[in-house]
Design a binder for this molecule. Structure first.
Ligand SMILES: C[S@@+](CC[C@H](N)C(=O)[O-])C[C@H]1O[C@@H](n2cnc3c(N)ncnc32)[C@H](O)[C@@H]1O
Length: 439
């Protein structure tokens, strides 16, 4: 898929990319978009556009989006901004090779208050985690942009800025974390207030990394289409839906579950301890005062926990002081006789077990608090019905509490389901969950 040939004019871009120092790539979020995606998304954005359109990529890198736009609309005014002079040199060379006139400026797109600078904004925003930003930049950006909240990535305020700069059309390829993570709730609200024409998932590995990516097109047509985009083209799966604040992007779900309310009405699912610096806080050695038994997502199998004997130096104040992104949580969440710990290899496979050893699980695990028998919840989460429901909707690499909160809760008595889960009886759990949902 990544082997598809790029136009020869982009060769200076790939040369530039090959020599980007690792620290600069991390600080400026420099990743080039696959050409097939640039071409397809640009074509979606430009349909029905009037004469002499102004088109801007405010993080243009080697100028590939401008190249695609210029090929489709030779009459366009093509503008590219980037904070990095080397990127702009590459873009200038790309433009010259392609015979295009590009108006290139070195600037920080996040600075400035102008609105509606271009008819169309194209591109792929920079990815920088807030802890990798200089403190002064972070403070300024987090004060200026309403989408810059919690642990949101820099791409959130950048997308907000892209909306400001546009006169109604925006087309980007972007990481998919904004669709479901709590830190991106403000960005979701902001983007869903715009006329979304298309939201399409790109194949896993499109960027050679494990990040999920989507194409988003905001366009006056506002057709709210949901689909999948690959080198073979765009497949539209149906209308875009948003339930419980979370966007569903899979193919039309094969299974709908009828329920009496949702899991999130009865149980609170949360992340376990986030400590940031595992080498410092987690150790396999003999217990020391204050230590708590811990497990990671990989230790959770269906119905069983494989305890590797690791311990967490549980000192919430010290953990928090070390990095502001830590979340040690309060001990009362974990130090309970029974709780459900949940993990997943991918969105399509859920694994849940009941913990009776008062463990303090680490990040990717989820801990539940709520009313009812935790074994019934454990059985449901491991059941074929719930896995089919979840896997059809969410394909992210990590299981997210916000996604599971929307799971329909079956009506009626779940005692037989809980008993099957206690016995680690997968077939029994599958049969009881199907019965509970009336399947
Ligand atoms: C993900 S790359 C995208 C490059 C190119 N548009 C593409 O899609 O292949 C993000 C680009 O944003 C630039 N960048 C980072 N911070 C920026 C800022 N504050 N203002 C403008 N450009 C920035 C980087 O130098 C990089 O070229």
């Amino acid at each position: 898929m990544r082997g598809l040939p790029e136009p020869e004019a982009l060769a200076p871009g790939r040369r530039w990319e090959a020599q980007i120092p690792a620290d600069r790539r991390k600080r400026l979020g420099q990743w080039l978009t696959p050409w097939w995606a640039v071409e397809a998304v640009t074509a979606e954005a430009l349909t029905g556009l009037g004469p002499r359109p102004v088109i801007l990529d405010p993080a243009c890198g080697d100028g590939r989006w401008l190249l695609a736009a210029g090929a489709l609309r030779p009459d366009a005014i093509l503008m590219g901004w980037d904070i990095d002079a080397d990127a702009l040199n590459a873009a200038a060379e790309v433009g010259a090779r392609a015979g295009l006139t590009l108006q290139l400026s070195r600037r920080d797109a996040l600075q400035g208050e102008e609105r509606g600078v271009a008819d169309v904004i194209l591109g792929n925003p920079p990815y920088v985690r807030p802890q990798n930003l200089p403190a002064a930049d972070r403070a300024r950006i987090w004060a200026r942009y309403r989408s810059a909240t919690d642990k949101a990535d820099l791409y959130a305020p950048f997308m907000e800025r892209m909306v400001e700069l546009s006169r109604g059309r925006l087309a980007v390829v972007v990481a998919d974390t904004w669709l479901s993570m709590v830190s991106f709730a403000a960005l979701r609200d902001l983007l869903f207030a715009e006329p979304i024409d298309l939201l399409a998932r790109l194949p896993a590995g499109s960027f050679g990394a494990r990040v999920g990516t989507v194409a988003l097109v905001i366009h006056p047509a506002g057709r709210a289409r949901r689909g999948a985009l690959s080198p073979e083209g765009l497949v539209v799966h149906g209308p875009l839906t948003r339930a419980e604040g979370v966007v569903t992007l899979g193919e039309t779900p094969a299974l709908t579950l009828d329920g009496d309310g949702h899991l999130g009405d009865r149980w609170r699912l949360r992340m376990g301890v986030v400590c940031g610096d595992y080498a410092r806080w987690v150790h396999p050695g003999p217990p020391e005062p204050g230590d708590q038994p811990t497990i990671r997502g990989r230790d959770v199998a269906r119905f069983v926990i494989h305890d590797r004997g690791e311990r967490l130096r549980y000192d919430p104040a010290a953990i928090l002081q070390r990095t502001p992104y830590a979340a040690p949580k309060h001990a009362g969440l974990f130090d309970v006789p029974e709780k459900v710990v949940l993990s997943g290899a991918s969105g399509a496979v859920l694994r849940a077990a009941v913990d009776t050893a008062r463990r303090f699980p680490l990040d990717s695990c989820y801990v539940s608090e709520g009313a009812g028998d935790p074994w019934a919840l454990c059985g449901l989460l491991n059941s074929a019905s719930v896995n089919a429901w979840y896997g059809a909707r969410f394909t992210g690499a990590r299981v997210k509490a916000v996604e599971l909160h929307g799971l329909p809760w079956p009506a009626g008595d779940l005692r037989a389901l809980a008993e099957a889960a206690r016995a680690s009886d997968q077939a029994g759990v599958d049969a009881e969950a199907a019965r509970a949902y009336g399947l």
